[in-house]
Design a protein around this ligand. Structure first.
Ligand code: AMP
Length: 210
């Protein structure tokens, strides 16, 4: 199965760009963080196992990540856009062993800008849609535009967990840039500009490639 990967620090806009690109290409969008949050929301056995470590901003074990991916892949899709996976070298090796990686986009954002974005992020407690108080505010304070649910700060967007997640990113995920660069798969994209500009740059890079 073909796949495209989004790498980047938390808050760099991977989720938004991965969703846009998967819709455009007709690929499945797999966001491992969302898959785990869904399990936590359902209070499944897997959700109960990962809840505490996710709340602290720590990574979930590779085995549970592989398990949730294997059980989520829809075999009749044209391809997959991965977002939030891989997070370390062992996961990257699993990826290249099992999938044909077409391209890896690295969304490049400074730690300072990422912290600003995460602190202003709010999520609907009912439908899970994300808002940002600065760049994408809801029409009414604290209320989801889509379903009217209450907007909350994700447990792992609180200051201590943000610090932990950023340190995981620099300790384990950042080096994947080199891993994919060495395989001529990496495209770096500056992530400070607006959603449309970044999407245009991503589409142009893909059109050039294929
Ligand atoms: P995210 O929304 O991508 O920041 O993911 C939220 C949390 O889910 C992370 O802080 C990790 O605890 C867990 N998680 C998501 N994807 C992975 C992964 N590929 N490897 C390990 N843990 C993950």
């Amino acid at each position: 199965m073909k796949c495209i990967v989004f790498l980047g620090i938390q808050g760099s806009g991977k989720g938004t760009q991965a969703k846009l690109l998967s819709d455009r290409l007709g690929y499945q969008h797999i966001n491992t963080g969302d898959l785990f949050r869904e399990q936590i929301g359902r209070r499944s056995a897997l959700g109960e196992r990962v809840k505490a470590s996710i709340g602290r901003g720590e990574l979930v074990s590779d085995e549970l990540v592989f398990e949730i991916i294997d059980s989520s892949v829809l075999p009749d899709m044209k391809g997959i856009v991965f977002d939030g996976f891989p997070r370390n070298t062992k996961q990257a090796e699993f990826l290249v062993r099992n999938y044909q990686v077409l391209c890896v986009f690295y969304l490049d954002l400074s730690e300072e800008d990422a912290i600003k974005r995460l602190s202003s992020r709010r999520m609907c407690s009912d439908c899970g849609v994300n808002f940002n108080l600065i760049s994408h505010p809801p029409k009414s304070d604290g209320v989801c535009d889509v379903c009217g649910g209450e907007l909350v700060t994700r447990q792992d967007d609180k200051p201590e967990a943000i610090k932990q997640r950023m340190s995981e990113f620099y300790q384990q995920t950042f080096e994947l840039k080199d891993y994919f660069e060495a395989r001529c798969l990496l495209k770096s994209v500056k992530a400070e500009s607006g959603i449309t500009e970044i999407a245009t740059e991503i589409n142009a890079a893909l059109n050039q490639e294929f």
